[in-house]
Design a protein around this ligand. Structure first.
Ligand SMILES: [Zn+2]
Length: 276
């Protein structure tokens, strides 16, 4: 798909998702700004990661360049290095933790204007930890993408030096964001997964703190790209402290970072409060 088309689709999805959160104009503006910041920060980090990988690849001898095991080691060392682990976790925290609080506070004040949202609540710090747990999954996906591309290059090259050259070309393209996992498209995927988790996680905590809401109803996002399991979950009602049953996962809310990646990546579903 062309880059512009992809961005248009992502924008339309975001708009629909933001609409479904029923925010005031001011809250929505804050949220949109947070989205943008989070996305930009993740783009920066992915670009840095791509460059770091390419630098490491350039240092390998021809023999090592065509050894998939060695390439795997390089990938792991880049991903587990300070750059990715610490910076990525920090970026996730900075961009999406405010969103969690904003969503939670909005719900709470709406339900009971006399209540005060507790920022230092345990749920928020537990949530931050869970959100950061998504980082290894994101890592795993980009490692898979690169490994497949390297394997293909090694298979296609006729001589060892041709293979090594192809491997270098692939890592160069990935570093520029032209192909591979370090591009804008991927940053959007990461940030929308995080934003769904943050918005819904905050909402749930806001309902809990209200002492009014007792249940929650899953609302699957409209559109063709919604997973079958999420369409099926549409309308499912659960008590606040019980998870939704979605596919093979038990999710406390749409995007719950403790669920399986296949049920949360790029999910755009939301929840409605219900009184049981
Ligand atoms: Zn969904």
């Amino acid at each position: 798909m062309c880059k512009d088309c992809w961005e248009l689709i992502a924008k339309a999805d975001d708009t629909e998702f933001l609409d479904s959160l029923e925010l005031t104009h001011a809250e929505r503006a804050v949220l949109e700004e947070l989205y943008k910041q989070g996305e930009m920060r993740i783009v920066e980090i992915l670009e840095l990661q791509g460059k770091e990988l390419h630098d490491a690849i350039l240092e390998l001898s021809e023999d090592l360049l065509i050894d998939i095991g060695e390439l795997g080691k390089v990938l792991v060392s880049v991903q587990t290095g300070e750059l990715f682990t610490i910076q990525f976790e920090q970026a996730v925290y900075d961009a999406f933790q405010p969103l969690y609080h904003l969503a939670g506070e909005t719900e709470l004040i709406e339900l009971d204007p006399d209540k005060t949202w507790s920022v230092k609540n345990k749920a928020a710090s537990r949530f931050a930890k869970n959100l950061q747990k998504l980082v290894p999954d994101m890592n795993g996906t980009s490692a898979d993408v690169m490994t497949r591309a390297f394997q293909k290059a090694i298979k296609e090259g006729k001589t060892p030096s041709e293979r090594a050259l192809l491997v270098r070309e692939i890592s160069a393209a990935a570093a520029k964001g032209d192909a591979g996992p370090f591009n804008m498209e991927r940053a959007i995927t990461v940030s929308r997964t995080m934003s769904t988790a943050a918005a819904n996680g905050g909402k749930l905590e806001g309902w809990k703190q209200s002492d009014v809401v007792t249940g929650k109803k899953w609302r699957s996002s409209k559109g063709d790209r919604t997973r079958k399991t999420h369409k099926k979950a549409n309308g499912q009602v659960q008590p606040l402290d019980k998870p939704f049953e979605v596919g093979k996962s038990k999710l406390m809310f749409p995007g719950d970072p403790s669920g399986r990646p296949e049920e949360i990546i790029q999910c755009r579903c939301t929840m409605q409060s219900v009184l049981l």
